[in-house]
Design a protein around this ligand. Structure first.
Ligand code: ADP
Ligand code: MG
Length: 697
């Protein structure tokens, strides 16, 4: 593929299927291009002499263009693309619909299109695309009704209709764009390609997108991680699809749907995810125009008590905090404010504050080292001129080079203040929560751009042994494995209690006698997923009861399902649960992102409590550690209420070792270690369940 920058900066555009027929897509594109494109527009239509007074060519091969926009019907579209490729045109936008989105015939056509694109090494957008835009060259190669204003955001969208809606709104808001692309069916170029391209584009300051899906999650993470070292990416991801074709038989599979994978994958990629279009543009605008704060302390300067409290609450809900002022800042406030004022954060300059007092207070706050950013929060009064306050805010923001958000409350009164603030890129909202969200996005991006991505640790493991154990499903009717696959964990260095699986009561006793103290006994059957649900787990069995316990477990299994395949009974060392915490470490496979790891509070109530966190594998040591800190029950691991802290490092290591196992073996579709009992002395995996795809072995 050629450089994508060429796609957005063509000199000659051929419109294949150009026409002036009213209401047609070919006409809309011609009109949009002729309106403002800096280069040449060449219509291609063998049935016309000319289109819009330009001589029409019979074929795209005669155009000498460097970009071809295809609007001909689907049955001839692929042929046109082939001709473009043959003529050495490297960039193609296929507007035509009737491909993969329409059924099997369309899907076949899309495969053909892909093959042609590959054969000629084409930068191909679409098919089923609204088109592309690039404001520096005045190119609007879409059939939408709106043109984009110039700006420094580049925007990709999987929905063409959404682009037209956004542009209509953005034009009114004064939001401009550098490039816009309607991704269409993403037969060739997808979101990762545009992330790569815009990441190195000097004219793109922020990448924004509306995505319904990400084709190759692992590639997207790699691309976005690199790009977000400098360029923020803000995305709305909509549409929730089912995680996999296979019905989940693990807890992880039940809890981890595709949205969990997106949540984790986008986070790991360094993407700021917006839930709504408003959030998307609030974040994008402030990222485009304001510096990132050096620290998270916010100063709130206000002339009204109530809104000050609202803002304080919003800051409390965010990753930011209320700044604590330095002594000389407090001193300066005392001098600047009247007796009724509050020198502590939120600073109350009092309702009678004029512009001078307000400005002085903002100036003092911005000058404090502890203050990373400032919110100027004003209610209308007779002595305050909003326009002047806006000008002062802009000047002070520029002088101190710290991010500032404005909350000038009111209606018509605010209008005069809008223009100077907007020009300086200072967002102004009625609602303090939105102002806080903007500063929050800046703080998040600061952390993202400073992230260091460590390589995952490579543990010394017995891969061959693991493969053998996984291959045991090949001789079975079922692709699920239970505790009979305990050795798989051993092969990857994950600690398990002593024990064995036996198929006779006398053997059970023999194993028990090799273990100190009471034992745990469990039924082993591929037909019994959750052993304790059927009374298939006996904890604290004294040696003298092992024989009877064996018989009892087997008869319970028979009662539950007469034809159940019973492999035997596991006799296992007891793990001290009193000092320990039952956790779950699991994985399942997401169609887009691949292996997804779960960590959470474990035991038999996992699905009831759902205290969990996710990451796309492989994870680094730091990421695994963060997982152990993220669950609500994290304080339990670190020794709440006078208990000894458990071996959290051991938990993090288990997560990493499972990450390596899941990465090494695509054949493992899902796996639960539940519980992984974490005690002060170490961690032990007392139960395992997994599903294997023998085809992938
Ligand atoms: P299942 O999940 O199929 O019901 P488990 O092997 O996870 O079966 O056992 C269920 C519960 O029994 C565990 O959550 C734990 O509380 C307890 N348990 C199982 N094995 C042990 C053990 N070796 N030591 C202490 N408690 C255990
Ligand atoms: Mg279990």
């Amino acid at each position: 593929m050629g450089e994508l920058s060429e796609l957005f900066a063509p000199e000659r555009i051929a419109v294949v299927g150009a026409t002036d027929r009213d209401g047609s897509v070919g006409r809309a594109i011609m009109e949009n291009l002729l309106d403002s494109f800096a280069g040449e527009v060449v219509p291609v239509n063998p049935k016309r002499e000319s289109v819009f007074d330009r001589p029409a060519r019979d074929g795209v091969g005669e155009t000498d263009a460097d970009l071809a926009v295809i609007v001909v019907p689907p049955d001839v579209a692929v042929e046109s693309v082939r001709e473009a490729g043959e003529a050495g045109i490297g960039n193609v936008v296929v507007i035509t619909a009737g491909f993969g989105e329409t059924g099997s015939e369309g899907a076949a056509r899309e495969r053909e299109l892909k093959d042609v694109a590959e054969a000629y090494d084409l930068n191909l957008v679409g098919p089923n695309s609204l088109g592309i835009m690039s404001t520096p060259v005045g190119m609007n190669a879409t059939f939408g009704p709106e043109d984009a204003d110039a700006g420094r955001m580049s925007f990709m969208s999987q929905s063409g209709a959404f682009i037209t809606a956004v542009l209509d709104w953005a034009n009114e808001q004064g939001i401009g764009f550098k490039d816009v692309v309607s991704l269409g069916n993403k037969a060739v170029l997808d979101e990762s390609d545009f992330v790569d391209a815009w990441g190195t584009d000097p004219d793109t300051d922020v990448i924004i997108g509306y995505l319904e899906g990400i084709d190759d999650g692992q590639r997207f993470i790699r691309s976005a991680r690199e790009v977000t070292q400098d360029t923020p990416i803000v995305l709305v991801k909509s549409g929730r699809t089912d995680a996999g074709a296979q019905a989940a038989s693990s807890h992880t599979g039940t809890i981890a749907g595709s949205d969990e994978a997106y949540e984790a994958g986008l986070e790991q990629a360094g993407v700021i995810r917006a839930e709504t279009v408003q959030e998307l543009f609030d974040a994008a605008r402030v990222l485009e125009s304001q510096p990132v704060p050096e620290r998270d302390g916010v100063a709130v300067i206000t002339n009204a008590g109530g809104p000050g409290v609202m803002t304080t609450d919003a800051i409390g809900d965010s990753r930011l905090s209320m700044a604590t002022f330095a002594d000389d800042t407090l001193e300066a406030f005392r001098e600047a404010l009247p007796a009724g004022g509050n020198v502590y954060n939120p600073v109350d300059v009092v309702g009678d504050a004029d512009n001078e007092r307000f400005r002085d207070a903002v100036d003092v706050a911005l000058g404090d080292e502890n203050v990373g950013s400032v919110i100027v929060l004003a209610c209308p009064t007779a002595v305050l001129d909003y326009e002047q306050l806006a000008r002062d805010t802009v000047a002070l923001q520029e002088e101190h080079e710290k991010p500032v958000a404005a909350c000038f409350m009111g209606g018509a009164r605010v209008e005069a203040a809008e223009a100077p603030l907007a020009e300086a890129g200072i967002p102004n909202y009625f609602d303090p929560a939105r102002a806080v969200d903007g500063l929050d996005a800046l703080s998040r991006f600061r952390d993202i751009s400073e992230r260091e991505y460590d390589e995952p640790t490579a543990f010394d493991v017995d891969r061959e042994r693991a493969r053998e154990i996984l291959s045991s499903v090949e001789d079975r009717a079922d692709t699920r494995l239970g505790v009979e696959a305990m050795d798989l964990l051993d092969a990857y260095g994950i600690q398990t209690p002593d024990g064995d699986i036996v198929d006779a009561p006398a053997d059970a006793l023999e194993v028990a006698e090799g273990i100190d103290g009471d034992v745990v006994m469990k039924i082993v059957s591929p037909d019994i997923l959750h052993k304790s649900d059927i009374g298939g787990v006996k904890v604290g069995v004294p040696h003298e009861e092992v024989y009877d316990a064996y018989e009892d477990l087997v008869s319970r299994a028979r009662n539950y399902q007469p034809d159940a395949t019973i492999i035997g009974v596991q006799v296992q060392e007891m793990v001290d649960l009193d000092d320990g915490v039952e956790t779950i470490v699991g994985m399942n496979r997401d169609p887009q992102f691949g292996p997804l790891l779960l960590f959470g509070l474990g035991g038999i109530f996992v699905e009831t409590l759902e205290d969990t966190t996710f990451r796309v594998a492989p994870v680094s040591e730091a990421e695994a550690e963060t997982m152990t800190e993220e669950i609500d029950a994290a304080p339990l691991l670190r020794g709440a209420r006078g208990r000894d802290p458990v071996d959290v490092a051991g938990v993090a290591e288990t997560i990493q070792r499972l990450s390596q196992l899941a990465t090494d073996f695509p054949a493992i579709l899902e796996l639960d270690i539940n519980p992984l009992v974490a005690t002060p002395d170490g961690v032990k995996a007392v139960d395992v369940r997994l599903t294997v795809d023998p085809e992938e072995l």
